[in-house]
Design a protein around this ligand. Structure first.
Ligand SMILES: [Zn+2]
Length: 248
């Protein structure tokens, strides 16, 4: 495995498959790196942590150059590695709901217990508490990078998306809210709320997004296709229909 450079500042350092693969159960992990300071987006399950930490060192030369990890939401494939990130001295940041779940290693709120029963995760996989996790409100600056953290509930409670504004355009880290091609991730879980989801996607479709970095699958770096993806998902919700599901 190896880190994959996606743009001048964004690297993929983890995921379920491809050259940056770290563990078959991991969501995509992105490192945003200005050459001096870095921010990690999402932390995977924790099962592949050794590999993504190595990938980060491959880019930065030193784990201490990474200040924090922003967790998009509390599902285990994104948040389960939070304590491993804390162990590398990254600040662990997320929404209030995400932080509460990580402090308590809450397998009910995060639906991990249900997902494990469904065979989505191995029987012996457990969520590890992250006592240092803290809630983030508003923008987060790291070195020359500014991250705009926006509430984006619907896929689950407490989901955030992250905008990175650079001279070359706006990058959107979408977690599991919306994927290139306009797909979404609706699951029969207690906190998957369709009307919230519709409102979130409608708001995102108004944003000037030039690149989409989703929690799973390939990125989209063409601005027109990004905006078309967001619009098509928003249009489907606007007609009271479900956009196509990423997980089919
Ligand atoms: Zn999710």
């Amino acid at each position: 495995m190896t880190a994959v450079r996606l743009t001048p500042t964004v690297w993929q350092v983890g995921g379920a498959d491809g050259p940056a693969a770290t563990d078959g159960y991991d969501a995509n992990l992105y490192l945003v790196w200005d050459g001096r300071c870095g921010m990690l987006i999402d932390a995977g399950t924790g099962r592949g942590a050794r590999r993504w930490l190595d990938n980060i060192v491959e880019v930065t030369g030193d784990l201490r150059a990474v200040e924090a990890v922003l967790i998009t939401h509390y599902h285990a494939d994104h948040a389960g590695g939070a304590q491993r990130a804390a162990g590398a001295l990254f600040s662990v940041l997320g929404s209030e709901r995400t932080v509460a779940a990580l402090l308590a290693a809450d397998e009910e709120a995060t639906s991990l217990a249900r997902a494990r029963r469904a065979g989505v995760y191995p029987d012996d996989y457990r969520l590890v508490a992250c006592p240092s996790a803290r809630a983030v409100h508003g923008p987060v600056g790291v070195g020359s990078l500014l991250f705009d953290v926006r509430p984006a509930p619907g896929h689950c409670d407490g989901h955030i998306v992250v905008e990175l504004h650079e001279p070359g355009g706006v990058s959107l880290f979408t977690g599991d809210v919306v994927f290139p091609g306009g797909t979404v991730s609706v699951q029969p879980l207690p906190d998957c709320r369709l009307s919230d989801y519709a409102d979130t996607v409608a708001r995102l479709a108004e944003r000037p997004v030039d690149a989409i970095f989703p929690g799973h699958g390939p990125v989209e770096l063409d601005a027109d296709r990004c905006r078309a993806s967001l619009r098509s998902a928003a249009d489907a919700f606007g007609r009271l229909r479900l956009p196509p599901n990423f997980i089919s």
